[in-house]
Ligand binder design. Sequence first.
Ligand SMILES: Cc1cc2nc3c(=O)[nH]c(=O)nc-3n(C[C@H](O)[C@H](O)[C@H](O)COP(=O)(O)OP(=O)(O)OC[C@H]3O[C@@H](n4cnc5c(N)ncnc54)[C@H](O)[C@@H]3O)c2cc1C
Length: 166
Amino acid sequence: MKRGITRREREVTDPQAIQAILDKGQIVHIAMIDGDEPYLVPMNYGYVMEEGKLTLYVHGATEGRKLDVLRVNPKVFIEIDCDITPIEGKVACQYGTSYSSIMGTGKAVIVDDVEEKMNALSILMKTQTGKDFEFNEKLVSIVSVIRIEVAEYTAKARPIPPGLMK
Ligand SMILES: Cc1cc2nc3c(=O)[nH]c(=O)nc-3n(C[C@H](O)[C@H](O)[C@H](O)COP(=O)(O)OP(=O)(O)OC[C@H]3O[C@@H](n4cnc5c(N)ncnc54)[C@H](O)[C@@H]3O)c2cc1C
């Protein structure tokens, strides 16, 4: 179900600010539907943002629960966050956490094409390390790669209140 952000003033729409969250986040939480149970895994990701369209790549072992789940139901909900800073206050309700985050719905596709797998791992390493790495067929044959096509996403940020900035 598509819903707008409740605290509209915290919505992030600037593409550069959204890209900054993707650059810093490092971990995507991928929620799935395993029959009638929710299932979620945190994973490192690489991303491609083209004209506002977001694609994530993750990699891992060639077997396991998430692959079994995604083969049956490829629908996912993703969450990425960064800039987590505790906010303190004088009274309990002033405490909180500043953050920046992205959430969205998407579809997971298990990638079989060797060229796409090699490219995906280079993208993943670039996002994670800022460095360029190349992969060969042998290296990609021992991992699974999942492409997450993010259909819709929103971004939100709760900055540190000005009075509490160090
Ligand atoms: C910060 C972070 C980054 C990670 N990055 C990656 C990554 O890039 N690639 C990758 O493949 N994995 C990564 N992992 C591990 C990932 O979360 C999963 O454990 C892994 O992908 C295996 O998933 P699966 O469904 O195949 O696990 P399975 O081993 O098949 O899951 C079986 C059961 O084991 C339990 N389980 C699985 N994973 C975890 C877990 N992380 N913690 C506690 N219990 C668990 C659950 O109860 C699950 O039902 C990361 C974990 C963390 C915390």
